[in-house]
Structure formats: C-alpha cells, structure tokens
Design a protein around this ligand. Structure first.
Ligand code: SF4
Length: 408
C-alpha cells in the first residue's frame, strides 16, 4: 500500500469537529476565541479546546490549534495570558505566521510542533528552510506556487510540506490583502475579511452621485475578481506522488454537511490512492460527489493553470446548489426504534433522499411516510419543515453522523 498524505480538515466548532473526525480526517485544525484568522467562525472556548483534543485523541486524530494572526505590540500580554490559559492542553501542533507567536508558544509548551500558516506566504525552499531552522516542523506552501516549483521545494527542504487542496481562494497573495480593511475597516489579516473582492461594483461619476454605471456590461454586474473555489481532486495522485505531507481543506466557517461531504470524498480518494485504484473513473465519481456540496465553480488553481483566466468566474457569482441539505440524524426514537431527523431544509413525501454516512457509499431512499415528532405527540405529514424533528419510516437504521440530501 502507498503512503498517503495526512488529511487535514477545518472545524469551526465542536459539532463540525465531530463530523470531520467521523468522516475520516487524520487531523483537524481549530481556533480559540482569540489570535486566529477566522474570528467570524464560532471558534472554541478553552473548555471546548480541551474537549476537542480529548475527542480527537481518543480516536487517534491529531488536533492543531491556529494562532496565525499577526501580533501587534499591544497584544503581547493578551497572547501570554491566553497561552497560559491553554498551556495544559496537549495540542499536536500550532499553526502560526508570526515569529513572535512561535517564540511565545515555546515558552508555554514543551517541544511544540510548529506549522507555518499560509498567511506567511512561503513560495520557495529557502523560505521553507529558514522557518525550519527556526524550529518549524511543517510549512504550508502558498497556493500561488506552480506544481513544478512545489516538487523542487519538497526536494530541497527538510520541513514537512502541506498544501491546500480544497476551498475558497483569494485574489491576493495569501496574507497580503488590504481590500477588506480599506473598504470596511474589517481586517482580513485579523480574520475579519468582508470578502470585498467578490462584491458587485459600479462606476460612479462625481457629479452624478446616484448614477451607477456598469464597468462591463453583463447581467451580473461587474466584479473585481470573483474567484472560483479550489479543487485539486483531479491532481491528488500527482501531489501525493510528489511527496506532499499533508492535504489541507479550507473552511473553518463551513457547516457540518459541507465538512462531511468534502471529507468523505477526499478520504475515499486517499483510500483509492493508497491501493493504486485512483482511476479517471474514480476521479469523476468523486468530483460528482464534491459537486453535491454548496460550492462556487471549481478550479485547479494557480498551481496547475497556465494562465489565470480560469481562476475567476464573474458570470456565475453565486454558489451552486445542485443538492439541498435536508437533515441530520438527531436521536433515536425509543418508542419506534427509528432515527429522529433534524430537518434543515424542507422536503416532501414522494421525494428521493440520498443518505451519506461515514465509510459507506451514498444510497437513495424514497420518502413514503413522514412522521413529525413534537412534544411527545407524533403525527403524519406530507411536508417536513426546517427545525422539525421527523421520522422517515423507510430509511431504517442510519449512522449518527448521517447527512440527508436531495437533488434539486
Ligand atoms: S477581500 Fe478577497 S482577496 Fe482579500 S482576503 Fe478577503 S477573500 Fe481574500
């Protein structure tokens, strides 16, 4: 069997972390309430960080904490206090971009494994080696690096190399965008990006303040740069063959259904690669699985594109939703011995539901009977609505981490 890279998955809260683990993550990265670059995700309290690490360790999964914010002088004492509050937790790695943060971590944790964040924008082996000599065990290579250069970097550094394989892309070099800060005061480099690069823009002439001109005539308006989402599924075997140590998925603000579906697909891909079975047919099957998540158009990104035209799509600015996520396992009905489903989006009797579970191929079931369970009173209905707790008689036993979706 081939050795495959670690599958590194984001989790914005304890619930998505459990889905990430159950669906096959080798490691998860999470952030506390401070000093990480997803300040708009739920994030973890100190007690939740501890709970997360214990949950992962019991299942042989690594947990990395993200502390990749740039540190200002007036934040040093705050970081020291925060590190002392979390110093008892046995994290398997620390994702950082600021050398000051690395130094402080070393004073609060014994032999910490330091990973350099994408925020540091490492694009060559010399940079990787500088960080390695300073104590970093792993470096995340900038998404802007070409595949041939990536291979050279791997050859020429002792650091473990990690690459992003899936998720949102930025217009700018990672860690260097000022657009959101400039336009809204929300600093992307402090984890508060307002995604200003994706807004709809008009041209305004100073004498006509209420007259908005489209810069390019297009029914969707004009966008500075609306990046597609990165998806390196078709190139995964090349990346694994090149010696990448870890495959990272972006998205600490994503839902449990997104995490479940992407991790399921990439876990499956790694299993195929491990067994020399990652054929074109398997790739297109797994791409069709990734298409079931809510996503923008996909691109293979800077690493594999010749030009940059295919990086953006200003015609299709909204998310694609070929499937709707309709529910999650919630509990087991003691009375009927059937799974109780928490409804997330409406569905009706007669529709075909697709069920995704960890370590199993997705399968379809027709909804013949919906029973709504409310305040100990159960009644039949033709429609299930968001937040209803329902039983679907025909689905039988399902995994507690099952995801239910319906083709639109
Ligand atoms: S504004 Fe756009 S390019 Fe800049 S950090 Fe945010 S998402 Fe990235």
């Amino acid at each position: 069997m081939k050795k495959v890279p670690e599958l590194l998955v984001p989790a914005g809260n304890i619930k998505t972390l459990r889905y990430a683990v159950e669906y096959g993550a080798d490691a998860v990265y999470i952030g506390g309430k401070k000093f990480n670059l997803r300040s708009l995700a739920d994030n973890f309290t100190v007690a939740e960080l501890e709970e997360a690490v214990n949950y992962c360790h019991e299942r042989n999964v690594k947990t990395y904490i993200t502390l990749n914010s740039i540190l200002f002088e007036n934040e040093i004492n705050g970081l020291k206090k925060y590190l002392s509050q979390i110093s008892h937790i046995e994290f398997d790695g620390f994702i950082i971009s600021d050398m000051a943060v690395m130094n402080l971590i070393k004073t609060y944790f014994k032999n910490p494994k330091i990973h350099i964040s994408t925020q540091a924008n490492i694009t060559n082996s010399i940079g990787a080696n500088v960080y390695n000599k300073l104590g970093a065990k792993r470096v995340n290579i900038a998404r802007e690096v070409k595949f041939n250069d990536l291979k050279e970097i791997i050859k020429n550094t002792d650091a473990e190399v990690e690459v992003f394989i899936h998720g949102a892309l930025c217009i700018s070099y990672s860690g260097r965008c000022m657009l959101s800060k400039y336009m809204t005061g929300r600093d992307a480099n402090k984890g508060r990006c307002a995604h200003s690069c994706r807004w709809k823009y008009y041209l305004l002439e100073e004498e006509r303040p209420n007259l908005f001109f489209n810069i390019v005539q297009n029914e969707n308006g004009t966008f500075i740069y609306n990046s597609r989402d990165l998806c390196l599924m078709p190139k995964l075997d090349m990346l694994a063959g090149a010696g990448v140590s870890a495959f990272k998925i972006e998205g600490r603000a994503k839902t449990e259904s997104y995490i479940a579906q992407t991790v399921w697909a990439y876990r499956k891909a790694l299993d195929y690669i491990e067994n020399n079975e990652f054929s074109d047919e398997k790739k297109s099957f797994l791409m069709s699985e990734l298409n079931k998540c809510t996503h923008r158009d996909y691109t293979v990104g800077f690493m594999f594109l010749d030009g940059y035209d295919d990086l953006e799509n200003n015609e299709a600015v909204s998310y694609k939703k070929d499937y709707r996520f309709v529910g999650l396992y919630n509990d087991q009905s003691k009375k009927y011995g059937l799974p109780l489903i928490l409804v997330k989006n409406q569905f009706k009797k007669g529709e075909i539901i697709e069920i995704l579970e960890p370590k199993k191929m997705p399968y379809e079931v027709r909804i013949n009977e919906i029973v709504i369970s409310k305040n100990d009173c159960d009644y039949m209905a033709d429609t299930a609505n968001p937040n209803d707790i329902v039983m679907i008689k025909d689905i039988g036993e399902i995994n507690p981490y099952a995801i239910l979706r319906i083709k639109q």
